[in-house]
Design a protein around this ligand. Structure first.
Ligand code: ADP
Length: 323
């Protein structure tokens, strides 16, 4: 193998650049040329390919976002569109690809592999929603951002005897909310997998209010409630002045943490090894301390680890209060 490409696809995540950086270094060490593809599959179809050297790798290792751009291209599901991508790659002599993104991106990677371009996926998303990877590239950075934000909110809630509803990202995966609620001692946590009714939340806050708790933090996953409406209901029932904060895109940016970079770099090196071994149609994940490559086709839809037990335990511990 002489030339490979690398692209980032779907939602951006801190640490994607560290992964691109390591793909370049690992390939360079094996005398393989690397082409970056601008803006994911969109760039593949539009022939936005650029050869990069080893210096590019060092320039981007510590940067947030993705320096090579990302995009969504729903048309990539159509075979005629993918044929253009394959023709562009073949013209440039690129034999294989590293695709950094989420499970949607892996589907594209699988289709390309079936069309003769070996692809290996890397888990790049803040949502931690990739089956068979304990952690994804970007999750740790986002979690730290959320933790800091919640602590800032706690300062003001505690000063004014208030309640805050904090909505965090996760796209149907509750890990960001669960971990952030755990590390900040949030009194109430509700996630897609362990969803509380609005009534349960309201009753719990009213209970804490009656006991005389000074501040209450409620961490909720996105796409479940209307955070502002929920805050109004809590205020009416509990007496706390209650404000909603939707953390939004602040969670996606920022300098990647050491752990995110480490996962990005080690999994990228592993991915290049897979391509050199002639493999494709795989995605890399972290299983305990071990990197593994799984088959995209047969494992993408297996269920994620069930975290409801952890959620129940933390809820119980964090709801305790004594005047
Ligand atoms: P993520 O990779 O973060 O899950 P998306 O679900 O948006 O993000 O997928 C990213 C891109 O992957 C899509 O915009 C599309 O170009 C490509 N893709 C998604 N599903 C498929 C599919 N079934 N076949 C081919 N390409 C796909």
């Amino acid at each position: 193998i002489k030339k490979i490409g690398v692209l980032t696809s779907g939602g951006d995540a801190p640490g994607m650049n560290a992964a691109v950086s390591a793909v370049i270094k690992a390939a360079y060490a094996k005398n393989i040329e690397v082409y970056i593809v601008r803006d994911g599959y969109k760039g593949l179809v539009n022939n936005w390919l650029e050869k990069v050297d080893i210096n590019f790798s060092q320039d981007i290792i510590s940067r947030g976002g993705t320096a090579i751009g990302s995009a969504r291209l729903p048309e990539f599901k159509e075979v005629e569109v993918r044929e253009k991508a394959v023709a562009n790659l073949k013209n440039a002599g690129i034999e294989a690809l590293v695709v950094i993104g989420g499970d949607g991106s892996y589907m594209g990677a699988q289709r390309l592999t079936e069309m003769g371009i070996n692809c290996i996926g890397l888990p790049g998303t803040i949502d931690n929603d990739i089956v068979s990877s304990d952690y994804t590239i970007g999750f740790d950075t986002a979690l730290n951002t959320v933790m800091e934000s919640i602590e800032k909110i706690r300062d003001t809630m505690q000063s004014h005897n208030r309640c805050a509803v904090v909505e965090v990202m996760g796209n149907r995966c509750g890990d960001l909310a669960l971990y952030a609620g755990t590390v900040t001692g949030a009194e109430v946590i509700s996630t897609s997998e362990g969803q509380l009714s609005e009534e349960e939340i309201v009753n719990e806050v009213a209970r804490l209010s009656k006991l005389g708790k000074r501040s209450v933090i409620i961490v909720i996953s996105e796409k479940i409630y209307d955070a502002n409406e929920l805050a109004k209901k809590i205020e009416a029932a509990s007496g706390y002045v209650t404000r909603a904060t939707i953390l939004g895109h602040t969670q996606r940016g920022g300098t990647p943490t050491a752990m995110d970079r480490y996962l990005a770099i080690t999994s990228a090196i592993y991915a290049v090894d897979q391509l050199v071994a002639g493999k494709g149609g795989l995605y890399v994940g972290l299983d305990g301390q071990q990197l593994i490559a799984r088959d995209i086709n047969s494992t993408l839809n297996i269920p994620r680890k069930d975290r409801t037990q952890e959620l129940t335990t933390i809820r119980l511990l964090n709801s305790q209060f004594k005047k």
